[in-house]
Structure formats: structure tokens, C-alpha cells
Design a binder for this molecule. Structure first.
Ligand code: ZN
Length: 287
């Protein structure tokens, strides 16, 4: 079952979030009919969305993660809230690239070179926007780089999606570790070593390690104090009202073109639900 836990060391030096996201990544795969490599790519970004989203302060805060690359996947977009709800899409659900030399799905091969954008809407006039060039395009390293550059917090990120031979999701999960300022060098070195030695996130999940066991393991038993437990899930919050707002934002010229059709059908990018607007509804929006 999907779950997220947040742990801390007793002296507040080390913060860890660990997540199993198998079900929500499988849900995304089914909704979008994803091929294996897009499942891994979008699955990693969705998992990151939950890890970061649940770190936001306020209930109404919204997080958008966007990867724009020159590979066949083109764009990946994930939207997450503070309650662990996440949704996302990839431009090409069928994008594929040859397997890597180690036999793994070639996520960087379908993303290519490009940029990572992090948009945090915390209810201010303008959202907070962070932007870094992609480093490896394997996603976890790109976020570690993002934290180092734009937030100056030493952060380790692991994200993993293991796909069954039939294309379904076997295991998915990840973790995020942050070291607070003034943490002794010794402790940083201990954790760095642990992360290097640790099996991959999906291997640990496959061994049936619990999330708290994983948190203890990767923090060398430092972060053993569990702060919070959450149930993440794939959830789309679209509605006819929201679709209407989206249509109205396209501008008068485009609206006039839509008004020429008897029925305008709009599909939600995140859950593929279809919404229909009649000619008279479009005309009403024009006024
Ligand atoms: Zn939707």
C-alpha cells in the first residue's frame, strides 16, 4: 500500500521523507496507457512531486514540477499538493529509447537535454519559480542539483520505478534526505556513506523493508523519530468549472473560433476525463 513517512533525528539535524508510490504510479500508467520508459520517467517525477509537495507549509500551497527536454518525451508535468495528492502527464506516452548498458529503462534517453522548472504557488501574487538545467536527466540527480543551487540545502534524492515484464508497475518509491545547517561533518560523512552503500529504493522495497526501516538504514540510524505518516495518491481535481476557466483564458479570438462548433470537447490532460461545452455556453463565455 502506498505510504509516506517523515522522520527526523532527535536533534533535528537530519530530515528524511520516504515514500512507496507503487499504486499511484500504476494508476498513472493505466490512465495514460504509458509504455515502460515513460512509466519510469513520469513515475519518478510523480514520486518527487509527493516528496516535495508534502514539505510545503500550507494546505492550499500548490507545487508544479516541469521537465522540458529535447528527447522524444518532450515535456513531463506533475502537479502536487500538501496532502500528498499528485497528478501528471507526459507529452508522448509511448516514447522509447534503447535500454541502457546495465539493462535499465533509459529515462535520460527519452528526456534528453533541457531544463527543470519548479513552481511553488503559496498564495502570493506571483508564484515562486526555480529553474535549473538538467544534469543527468535521470530526475533524482537533477533535483539534488536543484536543491544545491536554488535552495542551498544539501539534499540527497533517490527515485525508482521497477516495471514488470507485462509493463505494470512492480515497485515504485523514493526518499529525500536533507541535512540542516551546522550539522557536524562527521554526521554528513556517515550519511553519505550509507547512501552510497544502500541498495536502490526499489530493491529495498522488494526486500519488503518498511519505510521506517529504510529511513533508519539510509540515515545510519540517526533519523529514527517519526514525525508524520501520510497516504499519497493519484488524484485529479478537475471539474467543468475549472475547464471553463481554462477555456476563458485562451483569448477572444480563439473563443470565437470555438463558438463556430456546435459542441466543444475538452479533455483533461491529467485524468483524460472529457468535458463538453455547447455553442451557447461558449457564446456566454465570450460575453
Ligand atoms: Zn482531470
Amino acid at each position: 500500500m502506498d505510504q509516506l513517512i517523515k522522520c527526523m533525528s532527535h536533534v533535528d539535524m537530519v530530515k528524511i521523507s520516504v515514500i512507496e508510490s507503487t499504486e499511484l504510479v500504476e494508476e498513472a500508467r493505466k490512465i495514460h496507457g504509458l509504455n515502460p520508459t515513460p512509466t519510469a520517467a513520469l513515475g519518478r517525477l510523480l514520486t518527487m512531486g509527493v516528496l516535495m509537495g508534502t514539505m510545503m507549509k500550507n494546505e492550499t500551497d500548490k507545487l508544479t514540477l516541469q521537465i522540458l527536454g529535447d528527447g522524444p518525451a518532450h515535456q513531463l508535468l506533475v502537479s502536487a499538493n500538501q496532502q500528498g495528492h499528485v497528478k501528471g502527464y507526459i507529452s508522448d506516452p509511448f516514447a522509447e529509447a534503447p535500454l541502457k548498458e546495465n539493462g535499465k529503462l533509459n529515462v535520460s534517453g527519452i528526456i534528453g537535454k533541457g531544463s527543470l522548472n519548479v513552481i511553488q504557488d503559496v498564495g502570493l501574487k506571483e508564484p515562486y519559480v526555480g529553474n535549473v538545467p538538467l544534469q543527468t536527466s535521470e530526475i533524482a540527480e537533477d533535483f539534488a542539483y536543484y536543491y544545491a543551487v536554488s535552495e542551498q540545502i544539501p539534499t540527497a534524492v533517490a527515485l525508482g520505478v521497477l516495471v514488470n515484464p507485462d509493463g505494470s508497475v512492480k515497485k515504485a518509491g523514493g526518499y529525500l534526505i536533507q541535512i540542516m545547517p551546522d550539522t557536524p561533518e562527521q554526521i554528513i560523512a556517515l550519511i553519505e556513506n550509507r547512501i552510497k552503500e544502500a541498495p536502490s529504493m526499489t530493491e529495498m522495497l522488494e526486500k519488503n523493508m518498511t519505510l521506517s526501516e529504510i529511513a533508519c538504514y539510509i540515515s545510519d540510524d540517526l533519523a529514527t523519530y517519526q514525525v508524520e505518516e501520510m497516504k499519497p495518491k493519484y488524484q485529479c481535481d478537475c471539474s467543468k468549472e475549472r475547464m471553463k476557466e481554462a477555456i476563458m483564458s485562451i483569448g477572444k479570438q480563439d473563443l470565437m473560433e470555438l463558438a463556430e462548433d456546435e459542441v466543444t470537447e475538452i479533455q483533461c490532460h491529467f485524468c483524460n476525463k472529457k468535458y463538453q461545452f455547447s455553442k451557447s455556453e461558449i457564446l456566454e463565455m465570450l460575453q
